[in-house]
Design a protein. Structure first.
Length: 162
C-alpha cells in the first residue's frame, strides 16, 4: 500500500513537471511569436496575451505543487533559531501544504463550476479550463503533503543542515 502510494505520487510529480515544462515552453513560443509578428508585420495575435497568461498560471501552480514534494517552499527553522527541539515543528510545512491544498481543491471546484458559464474574451474557451488548475494543484499539494507527513517522499528541505 505504501509503495503504491509512493509510486503514484512519483508518477503525479513527473506528469506535473511535464505539464509545467510544456506550459512554459508554449508560453515562451507564443510571446516570442507575438513579438516577432508585431515588429516585422506590425500586427499581433489577439489571443496571445490571454493564452500566455493562462499558461503562466498553470505553470506556476504546477510548480507550487512540485515544490511541496521537494520541500522547497519557504519555511522558518524556528528550532535552530531559538534552540527549541520540537519534532512536530518539522511537520508544520507539510501540514500547511495539506491545508492549503484542501482549500485550493475545495474552492477551486466551486470556481470551476461558476466559471463554466463564462467565456474567455479572445479565445472564447470556457473559463473553467484555466481555473481547472486550482483544484488540480490543490489535490497534488494534498498528495505530496501527505507523502511528506508520512515520511515517504523526497520532501526534504533543499538547504537542510547536515
Amino acid at each position: 500500500m505504501v509503495q503504491t502510494f509512493t509510486k503514484i505520487a512519483a508518477l503525479l510529480y513527473r506528469l506535473t513537471s511535464i505539464i509545467a515544462i510544456v506550459a512554459l515552453i508554449a508560453m515562451t513560443l507564443i510571446v516570442c511569436a507575438n513579438i516577432f509578428a508585431r515588429s516585422v508585420y506590425n500586427a499581433s495575435f489577439s489571443w496571445s496575451e490571454e493564452v500566455a497568461r493562462f499558461l503562466m498560471i498553470w505553470a506556476a501552480l504546477c510548480g507550487a505543487a512540485m515544490a511541496v514534494r521537494r520541500g522547497a517552499h519557504f519555511r522558518m527553522d524556528l528550532s535552530t533559531q531559538f534552540g527549541i527541539s520540537l519534532k512536530w515543528l518539522a511537520h508544520l510545512p507539510a501540514c500547511a501544504a495539506v491545508g492549503i491544498g484542501m482549500l485550493l481543491f475545495w474552492q477551486g471546484l466551486i470556481l470551476v463550476e461558476l466559471a463554466s458559464m463564462q467565456l474567455a474574451t479572445a479565445t472564447q474557451i470556457p473559463m473553467s479550463v484555466p481555473y481547472l488548475c486550482l483544484p488540480i494543484s490543490g489535490f497534488l499539494m494534498m498528495i505530496f503533503g501527505i507523502e511528506a507527513l508520512l515520511g515517504l517522499g523526497p520532501a526534504k528541505p533543499l538547504h537542510a543542515e547536515t
